[in-house]
Design a protein around this ligand. Structure first.
Ligand code: AVI
Length: 319
């Protein structure tokens, strides 16, 4: 995902889309920013899994509970179909959906991910768990490239986890338009969306007491040290996350604790005390707002499943 893509006038050696290229552009911008996709190396993915288990981070638990309660209804609404999952892992939610669709209704499962090795590993584990399942992994960066999936029968693009919230609204529209094209004329798009709620709950979810989210946020600095030879003192940055109600989004920042320069290769980036590097935005929707984003790209909301506290929604759109 590239929620914070910047201008592209950089030399080929640090081209946009590479970690170094995006660091050079992002830290050279005012205000400084970096794509949240750089959280996710192995350590970052482990930290993210730990976030999903935190008492304050209701998101994953709530979406899974919706699936557990309503998966039979969801599977009935989908009917016989091929399930395409952009950015696929092998989440509890996906397994539940595939198992409920079962051999009679699940024509194939097409996980799409840039990381070929991880993709193959999770395909293997799914095949072991559901020997009847046809798994056809597809290596691609879904945020830029999601070809239409050939074959008989209906295609459902399944995008759980509220990752749609990590895209700015215009980018979210472009992403949903790509999903619509991939699903084809008769296709469906099933999306998990985190909903607007009491800002205190949102604040707590991104400021957990154990500091796991802070470590996740700082993981991008650790990666810059390890992978790009940067000289960043991790203690010289504060994790800072807050809900911005007018924009309807959580913003995650790394705020410089002092005036300092950081060196990345032969690039120097000055930070003044209190200056921030924005590392993530996480938009929260209401159902009508999410429906409007879909509508703008030709997707009609046909069904919705919410938890009792209306914290999270699983939305089904028809192309
Ligand atoms: C992956 N994404 C939906 C998470 C979110 O809530 O925006 C990432 C995350 N950032 C901090 N905590 C979790």
């Amino acid at each position: 995902m590239t929620p914070f893509d910047g201008p592209s006038a950089t030399p080929a050696s640090c081209a946009p889309g590479t970690f170094l290229g995006d660091v050079v552009v992002g830290l050279g911008s005012a205000p400084k920013r970096l794509s949240p996709k750089y959280f996710y190396d192995t350590a970052g993915s482990v930290l993210f899994d730990a976030i999903c288990d935190l008492p304050e981070y209701y998101v994953t638990r709530t979406e899974t509970a919706i699936l557990e309660r309503s998966v039979a209804e969801i599977a009935d609404a989908l009917g016989p179909c091929r399930v395409v999952e952009p950015g696929a892992g092998s989440s509890t939610k996906t397994r539940l959906l595939l198992r409920t669709l079962g051999p009679a209704r699940c024509l194939a499962y097409v996980p799409v991910d840039i990381a070929g090795e991880h993709l193959e590993r999770s395909a293997e584990s799914l095949r072991a768990e559901m020997p009847w399942l046809t798994v056809t992994p597809f290596a691609a960066d879904f945020s830029t490239d999601l070809p239409s999936i050939e074959g008989a029968g209906r295609t459902v693009v399944y995008f759980p986890g509220s990752t749609i919230g990590n895209f700015d609204p215009e980018e979210a529209k472009r992403l949903l338009a790509r999903f619509r094209r991939a699903a084809g004329p008769d296709g469906l798009v099933l999306v998990g969306v985190d909903l607007k709620k009491d800002p205190q709950l949102l604040h707590a979810a991104y400021n957990d007491a154990q500091g796991v989210t802070a470590a996740f946020n700082k993981n991008v600095l650790r990666r810059m040290n390890d992978e790009l030879g940067a000289d960043i003192d991790l203690d010289a940055f504060h994790h800072y996350a807050f809900y911005e109600p007018n924009e309807g989004r959580i913003e995650m920042h790394l705020v410089s604790a002092r005036s300092q320069e950081i060196h990345v290769g032969n690039h120097v980036f000055p930070f003044h005390e209190g200056e921030s590097l924005c590392t993530e935005r996480s938009y929260k929707y209401d159902v009508a707002g999410a429906a409007a984003v879909g509508q703008a790209v030709g997707l009609t909301l046909v069904r919705e499943w919410l938890d009792d506290d209306h914290r999270f929604a699983v939305l089904l759109f028809r192309a």
